[in-house]
Ligand binder design. Structure first.
Ligand code: ADP
Ligand code: MG
Length: 671
């Protein structure tokens, strides 16, 4: 007998059902033992005094009257008896289960699972429960063609054959003691067949810890491996040249920028793999820091590349890098490029003629060959989880990787999806920035907004107006944007120039429109959310967001971050008549804080981890039992211990950690 036995080793499981159970990921007996219920129906008896009308509950009492069965019509009947709970006499009825009558004996204690009817002090029974021990009923995830009962049977079979006795402990004794964890065998059993709620809770705590701890241990191992790797690139940059470049900037770096740059440069100089996250709120000046790091690579005779999510942003970075480094050869590589210029660019990149490359995902596509690629920067690439970063690294000879993000990473994600990374934080805005004033107005007040806009425009302000987001319908998105532009054009006729930017435009069209806005020739830019990420027009000081309640907090924060990028006072106007409480909450929170971290935490709380960044493929790990938001405390503790363990020299040869090694090797699941 072995935990690796196939399911067919269990009585009642043939080849056919074994194949069926594969849908649930169940291949071996061990998989079955560790296939935990995702919830329990609580069969703890309740006092009827606490029950709401219509609530389903287990109601127990002493049988007062014998069961009578009344027949009415074909195969229809009703069984009745009364039950006394405390001072309350409860009328119990069961439909079409006359055979239950045998189990109802006057004077006996009995419980009924059913629906409470408060007015009649009655319960319509669904199940008769004689033994109150079966308090918690496990409920498993099932799939097409697999019933709840069949999973229960399968699990029972594995335990009945005694497979659970083969389960070894996989947590070190020291941790078991420190956190008073239940041993594995007992915990696994209690996950399926808890004797009572308390035991179940302890089992759950242990299993969650185990899950999160192994996850963290793998992450930390990876982190250390990157650091001590000897196959990375040593970027021996010219410190003096970098210093001179910094001195030539039109502004002084903030202290936080300087610190972040130092951390990045130190990583670059080392032969290990840099795997660093550069985090800073919108407008905090990350781009210039990344640009300086790229410049440092150049002084070491190495190429660097920066990858961004949209073509507009690529254009913009291309432009600012060209401005910062007029003497360097910088190439732009995007998906929308024509064949000929693309070929030229690729050849120049491969020959090493190009110093820096800016682009979209095209940068990591086949056919791009770099020449001494030392540093890869990514900007707002949230989907870059642990695995994607590894792929990126494999593109060159282990280039250093710097990930920039203005989307504040909630603490939960910071220690999961990004848990293998070092973090540099720019927690300071350049001097002279004024906090953006945010107002929430209803649609009825839009005329007042227009009047106010007129005044701002005469003072020389430039304005963004974001049209409502219509998810799943680009066509409607566009229609709204056009209607909005027409409305504003009519209102500001002869007073302001207006342009429209939307996602269905060609790239050079978008670019031209951005350019005229940047140059101050356009006063009002009406746009769909294409400008969401990264656009930098310091003179723009007003951001109006129509139907702002359609956006999530993080997105609103990003949009708002397009203003407040210069010395002047900036404003964000949220126009919305939210229909839901959460919509109202979002508007309120936006007016209360400009702190990206606070917003990100709120966002995560409101939307739940499954929806962070909108999709499931966000690189956010999923766990079988643990929930990284609810179980944050365990996650953090697990991380603390994991960090501590892998930082011990030679920890893998220490006897106390031996128990971890086989399980660490077993599965590698990081994203
Ligand atoms: P982020 O990428 O973090 O959103 P950017 O790097 O685009 O921010 O910087 C926003 C604006 O602030 C840019 O116009 C940039 O030139 C300017 N900037 C950056 N650092 C400083 C600084 N230390 N002092 C003044 N302005 C700065
Ligand atoms: Mg930026």
């Amino acid at each position: 007998m072995s935990l690796e036995d196939k399911l067919t080793a269990l009585p009642g499981v043939g080849e056919k059902s074994a194949v069926k159970f594969q849908q649930l990921g169940l291949e071996t007996v061990e998989d079955v033992l560790c296939y935990y219920p995702f919830r329990y129906d609580d069969f703890a008896a309740r006092s009827v005094l606490d029950l709401e009308d219509g609530e389903k509950a287990l109601i127990s009492g002493v049988v007062m009257t014998p069961a009578t069965v009344q027949y009415y019509g074909f195969k229809r009947n009703k069984l009745r008896f009364s039950l006394k709970q405390g001072e309350v006499v409860i009328a119990v009825s069961f439909f079409n289960q006359p055979y239950l009558a045998d189990r109802v004996e006057v004077g006996q204690e009995l419980a009924v699972w059913g629906k409470w009817d408060k007015a009649k002090a009655g319960v319509t029974g669904m199940k008769l429960v004689a033994q109150l021990e079966d308090e918690l009923q496990p409920i498993y995830h099932v799939a097409q063609g697999i019933s709840q009962a069949s999973v229960v049977k399968l699990v029972k079979a594995a335990f009945d054959k005694g497979y659970d006795k083969l389960l070894g402990e996989n947590l070190p004794q020291a941790l078991m003691e420190r956190y008073r964890l239940m041993d594995r065998r007992q915990a696994v059993r209690a996950m399926h067949f808890p004797k009572e709620l308390g035991e179940y809770k302890q089992a759950l705590r242990r299993i969650k810890f185990e899950e999160l701890f192994y996850f963290q241990l793998r992450l930390q191992q990876l982190k250390v491996a990157n650091k001590v790797a000897s196959d990375g690139v040593e970027i021996l940059y010219n410190a003096l040249a970098v210093k001179e470049k910094i001195a030539s900037l039109p502004f002084e770096l903030t202290e936080a920028q300087g610190r972040a740059l130092d951390e990045i440069l130190a990583d670059m100089k080392s032969v290990g793999h840099m795997n660093r996250l550069l985090q800073g709120d919108v407008g905090s000046g990350k781009t210039v820091v990344a640009a300086l790091a790229m410049y440092a690579a150049y002084t070491a005779g190495m190429q660097s590349a920066i990858m961004v999510p949209t073509e507009i942003l690529a254009e913009q970075h291309f432009e600012s890098l060209s401005q910062l480094f007029p003497d360097l050869s910088i190439a732009l590589l995007t998906g929308g490029m024509r064949a000929a210029p693309r070929r030229t660019a690729l050849a120049a990149i491969e020959s090493g003629q190009v110093d820096m490359i800016v682009g979209t995902h095209a940068l990591i596509q086949d056919g791009v060959t770099y020449h001494r690629l030392g540093l890869v920067v990514t900007d707002e690439q949230h989907r870059f989880g642990v695995k994607q970063r590894r792929l990126l690294r494999e593109k060159g000879a282990n280039p250093d990787v710097l990930m920039m993000t203005a989307t504040p990473i909630p603490r939960t994600l910071a220690i999961t999806s990004f848990g293998d990374m070092d973090v540099s934080i720019i927690n300071q805005l350049p001097a002279g920035r004024k906090p953006i004033v945010t107002r929430w107005v209803k649609h009825e007040q839009f005329p007042v907004v227009l009047e106010w806009l007129e005044k701002e425009l005469t003072k020389g302000a430039q304005v963004y107006v974001i049209s409502p987001l219509i998810e799943e319908s680009e066509a409607l998105d566009l229609k709204n944007a056009i209607a909005l532009e027409e409305e504003l054009a009519a209102y500001f006729k002869g007073k302001a120039s207006i342009a429209l930017l939307h996602g269905q435009m060609k790239n050079d069209e978008k670019e031209a429109i951005m350019q005229t806005f940047k140059e101050g020739e356009t006063d009002i830019l009406v746009s769909t959310t294409v400008i969401e990420v990264g656009v930098n027009v310091p003179n723009a000081t007003v951001m109006v967001i129509m139907d702002a309640d359609r956006f999530g907090l993080s997105q609103l924060h990003q949009l708002r971050g397009r203003v407040g990028r210069g010395q002047k006072q900036s404003y964000a106007i949220l126009v919305a008549n939210p229909k839901t409480d959460s919509g109202k909450d979002r508007m309120r929170i936006m007016t209360e804080t400009t702190d990206g971290f606070v917003l990100a935490e709120e966002d995560l709380k409101m939307r739940g981890s499954g929806e962070i960044f909108g999709t499931r493929q966000s690189g956010l790990p999923e766990f079988q039992v643990a929930n990284i938001i609810e179980d944050y405390a365990i996650l953090e503790e697990a991380r603390r211990v994991a960090v501590q363990i892998v930082s011990e020299p030679d920890w893998q040869s220490r006897s106390e950690w031996q128990v971890l090694l086989p399980y660490l090797r077993k599965e590698e699941r990081l994203d």
